[in-house]
Design a protein around this ligand. Structure first.
Ligand code: PLP
Length: 377
């Protein structure tokens, strides 16, 4: 018998889009070691509610059928609470999917997408996949978006501006006044995406900067604004993949056209709807309260240790470790804490299980004297 030589498994010669081939391949964070804590993905540390698990299980009976991917019952429930029609709500497989849909609907080759940096890690890749170009505007020294500079970065080629509040990974907010001024400064035909993945964690602790923007109060005010929210963080359904957008019908219709068909499953819709049941939601929001209390305690303790941590408004804190970022993240990992390091800027640490906070403070307390010189002020 003749032996057949397997082809070279390199893919050499296949013509890929150069801007895609040069992207760093996405790798999820390291898993937590046994007895360790995963504080790297801003997940909710609480187990899912039994009523939610039950609703998801019940949906399993119908998996031989395609889902109603338009998620009409969920859209209706959300529409009622936001005071809009069901067609002004778009549900997606996580709000990351929705971001991709809106960017693809508005921006292509030669177009620009403006956002602050450092912000959500997914933005650069989504813009590249759409074939568009990222224009990033550095955060201010206090880690907040510089909305004036963002407005100034908008050109004839800009098709989308993304504002993230609270900002991942720095935890800072955009104020309502800053956002209004931004909307007034940008062209009315520019699509603005307000990414509010962490809005439920905002407690408006008194801050010199002013009250945080809340997309809900802006709905219907701007023909070019879309608000994005998710069930992944506050509602603890990261594994289910369900997020939603509220905005003008014409923009949402365009984003419906760029979706991969049937991406929203019956299980995700069922889990999300069960989470909006009054008793379930009250319990989920009480957990969010508990997380914000844990967050404030951790923030106070870190300030007391000497870490220049900005006031956190999401379910995570930002530790500006500068040149020491990798060293600090490695030390935390050795102690069983998986965090998200962005060298040479800082480390994002999710508010997780109560015990994880004690370990965190112990290790960081040991490290801070040696690092005092290196830390950004
Ligand atoms: C987590 C997150 C999202 C949404 O994630 P999904 O799980 O896809 O809904 C969106 N924006 C930011 C800034 C996030 O951190």
């Amino acid at each position: 018998m003749e032996s057949v030589t397997a082809p070279e498994p390199t893919g050499a010669g296949v013509r890929l889009r150069p801007e895609i081939a040069s992207l760093p391949p996405y790798r999820q964070g390291r898993p937590a070691p046994a007895d360790g804590f995963k504080l790297s993905s801003n997940e909710n540390p609480f187990d899912p509610l039994p009523s939610v698990v039950e609703a998801i299980s019940a949906s399993a009976k119908y998996v031989n059928r395609y889902p109603d991917a338009s998620a009409l019952p969920l859209r209706e429930a959300l529409a009622a609470r936001f005071g809009v029609s069901a067609d002004e709500v778009l549900v997606g497989a996580g709000s990351v999917s929705l971001l991709a849909q809106f960017i693809a609907a508005a921006a292509g080759p030669g177009d620009e997408v403006v956002y602050s940096w450092r912000s959500f890690e997914a933005y650069p890749g989504l813009v590249s996949v759409a074939g568009a170009t990222s224009v990033t505007v550095p955060n201010q020294p206090d880690h907040r978006h510089d909305l004036e500079a963002m407005a100034a970065a908008i050109t004839d080629r800009t098709r989308v501006a993304i504002v993230c509040s609270p900002n991942n990974p720095t935890g800072t907010i955009v104020t309502a006044a800053e956002f209004d001024a931004f909307m007034a400064a940008v062209p009315a035909d520019l699509l603005v995406l307000l990414d509010e993945a962490y809005i439920e964690f905002v407690r408006d602790e008194p801050e010199a900067a002013g009250r945080a923007v809340d997309g809900r109060s802006l709905i219907g005010r701007y023909p070019n604004l879309v608000v994005l929210r998710t069930f992944s963080k506050a509602y603890g359904l990261a594994g289910l993949r369900v997020g939603y957008a509220i905005g003008p019908l014409d923009i949402l219709d365009a984003a419906r056209s760029t979706a991969i068909p049937l991406g929203v499953t019956a299980a995700s819709t069922a889990g999300a709807l069960a989470s909006l049941e009054p008793a379930a939601e009250a319990e989920l929001l009480a957990r969010v309260d508990a997380i914000t209390v844990r967050r404030s305690r951790l923030h106070e303790a870190l300030l007391a240790q000497g870490w220049p941590v900005p006031v956190p408004h999401g379910n995570f804190v930002w530790l500006p470790t500068g040149a020491a970022t990798t060293e600090v993240a490695d030390r935390l990992f050795e102690a069983g804490l998986v965090t998200r390091a962005f060298p040479p800027e800082g480390i994002r640490i999710s508010i997780g299980e109560e015990e994880s906070g004690d370990i965190l403070l112990r290790i960081l307390g040991e490290l801070v004297p040696a690092l005092q010189e290196q830390l950004p002020s």
